[in-house]
Design a protein around this ligand. Sequence first.
Ligand SMILES: Nc1ncnc2c1ncn2[C@@H]1O[C@H](COP(=O)(O)OP(=O)(O)O)[C@@H](O)[C@H]1O
Ligand SMILES: [Mg+2]
Length: 577
Amino acid sequence: MKRYLKYIKPYKTAFILCPILMMVEVLGEIVLPSLMARIINDGVVPGDVSMIFKIGAMMIVFILFMAAGGVGGAYFGAKASINFAADLRKDAFDNVQKFSFADIDKFSTGSLVTRLTNDVTQVQNLVNMMLRMLLRAPGMLIGAVIMAFVKNAQLAMVILFIIPFLIVIIVIVIKTAFPRFQILQEKIDKLNATVREAVTNIRVIKSFVRGDHEQEKFENANSDLKESSLRAFRVMITTMPLMGLAMNVTTLAVVWFGGKQILVGDMPIGDLTAFTTYVVQILIALMMSSFIVLQSSRAIASARRINEIIDCKPDITDDDAKCPEATVERGEIEFKDVSFRYYKNSEDPVLDKISFKINAGETVGIIGSTGSGKTTLVSMIPRLYDPDAGSVLVDGIDVKDYSLYNLRESVSMVLQKNVLFSGSIMENLKWGDEEATEEEIKKVAGMAQADGFVSSFPEGYEMDLGQGGVNVSGGQKQRLCIARALLKKPKILILDDSTSAVDTATEALIRKNFKEFCPETTKIIIAQRITSVIEADKIIVIDDGKIVGIGNHAELMKNCEAYEEIYLSQMDKEVVS
Ligand SMILES: Nc1ncnc2c1ncn2[C@@H]1O[C@H](COP(=O)(O)OP(=O)(O)O)[C@@H](O)[C@H]1O
Ligand SMILES: [Mg+2]
């Protein structure tokens, strides 16, 4: 609860005004039935028209106050809860941005999306409801009971009789509905995940003609959600008539006993109208309370899910960095006995005691079958993951001792699953360097062999890429990603299979440009084709998380069987094709 104070503080006026204004409304609700009784007793029955007007005018004043209270309360309640939720969402989102890759794996993207949207909305609804009803419901209940007693203590006993019965119903509702609402929330998670996956990957789904399958998956999730919603709301639905019945019986009893009293002249007629209104108000107050409790149980489950995000200490931080001021100057890399597992309890490590050294400015190729651990290996350099054992040094300093900003600023990694964002090509390239001039951008695009095709677009660098960069081909996208990485002027450039969709001739030109324009940058090139790395100063051959060979092409051909095998198999293909 304490943690939420900081979201309340900036909007304390709204947080205070809302319940106060709602109390004005309650006050009106409590007073109006009495005035109604007086109009009947003192105006209608004796036929006193001026009295009717006098009390009527008073009622109008009260109604106006009530309306003002109601509208104001709703306004401030909405303002307070919406701002509260926006700040909460922002904090959660900011922390997600600090997550390491491992943290994201842990939560899964789908669940993060639900937590940031639906769960926050649940909490927002509760805040709004609390502000508007937390004082109002008991205020109305107590007010109505007191007024009933003041009017006629004997008759009020009838109401007291019904209240315990209603409370029992409410407790039963909460007990049965709570677990059902929890299940409901999980089903929403599932549905969100299905929709997200289907919509983001609609192109793949279409090309595999898996539309029907996805539809079926969606329908399952959807009907699951429907069923559990029905299950949850069925409880509410069955209790409504039950409560209604109880209240109608009470009203009937009130009219019965009240009627008798009226006949013998113990009670004025008007009081009976007031009385029945109080009975209804008591019902409403109890219903409101049950809603609050239900919404609370739902929102508490959501709050817990949000707290998990906010409290998650990103497992990669630079809090313990020993030289936060240091920057990467040369780009020398050394791995010392690095071991790593994605799942800490799995048996085989993904990287097994990897050691090697790369001098500044060298070009190094990494070759190995898929799943051998190439991507994992290079992820250790910009600290996308941290090794379980051993250490990674850049310029002789452990990567953990740099500030994350300084480290990542000097290491450009073109990811295997690279992405462009919606926006123009120019905007996308500027991710590498906000301040870059058009000339610089054209230069790096030229180096990555992207300038040619970009200039051929009618809008050139201003062309919009569409979400995820759908408007360009795979090979073009890869070249844009390389250009974006080059614009950072990195000391270390890592290309993770980044030219797989680029033809060999263009790829050779890109390599030539690297040599010519950034000779001092350390370049690590992960590739499937041996031709991509054949000229490298060093080639690291990796298999099943272990280094099986290291050296230049000629050396490896002599003393690394695995390398020779890959080479021969690829050369065979070249001859055939
Ligand atoms: N985020 C991840 N979570 C769990 N396992 C992973 C993850 N990424 C990769 N792996 C596993 O680690 C191994 C090495 O993967 P990777 O480094 O991507 O290989 P490569 O790049 O050589 O194809 C594979 O067995 C892969 O299934
Ligand atoms: Mg890979």
